[in-house]
Ligand binder design. Sequence first.
Ligand SMILES: CC(C)(COP(=O)(O)OP(=O)(O)OC[C@H]1O[C@@H](n2cnc3c(N)ncnc32)[C@H](O)[C@@H]1OP(=O)(O)O)[C@@H](O)C(=O)NCCC(=O)NCCS
Length: 180
Amino acid sequence: MAEREESVLRLRVQDEEEKREIRELLALCAGDFVPPLTQRSSTTQQSWEQGSGDGVALYAEALLQQSVLLWKQDGKTVGLLSFRPEYVCEALPGQPTVFYLSTLCVSPACRGQGLARRIYEAVLAFARETLPERPVVLRTWSTNAPQLRLMARLGFAEIFRLPDDRGPGVDTVYYRLAPR
Ligand SMILES: CC(C)(COP(=O)(O)OP(=O)(O)OC[C@H]1O[C@@H](n2cnc3c(N)ncnc32)[C@H](O)[C@@H]1OP(=O)(O)O)[C@@H](O)C(=O)NCCC(=O)NCCS
């Protein structure tokens, strides 16, 4: 168990050591995403064509243009959630401006301890405080079991689905946090 645990919210990551830890964490988790981060080019890309991306490095640079909540254990980043408080979501009908939750990732060694839930809760508290009227939206893939459990537990509801978007039987699914 970690002795010291903290979350820090960065509107932009400035610290070089934190940037390095973020790149490292993404590289460690790259294969757990569908499609893998090695095949991607940005956090919001619309086409999943094989090989269209330039890999983790480019994905990490796109993530570093966003805000991010870092979860640290004993001073080291073991989880993150990037987000865009003001994002025009072109994939959704009406292209609404949303508080968009982007990349969530927890170090494999630290999974199954409720960190992802606590990370979401921290960013949702920030969204409530700063932009209480703005819809909170995210997307994931339909076979991501831990993520789907989190959505149900945190009060998100499915709002839009792109069938077979990421391959046969793997849909892209958009969720919105139910308004209070
Ligand atoms: C998704 C991810 C962030 C979950 O992190 P975590 O800290 O292990 O999640 P938690 O411990 O908060 O668990 C979340 C829920 O998923 C469940 N869960 C965890 N691992 C699971 C698994 N392999 N299969 C099914 N359910 C699982 C937990 O029981 C929990 O549900 P509960 O609260 O109803 O008990 C982590 O698996 C990850 O980094 N995956 C790779 C990247 C990814 O998929 N990101 C999300 C899309 S951007």
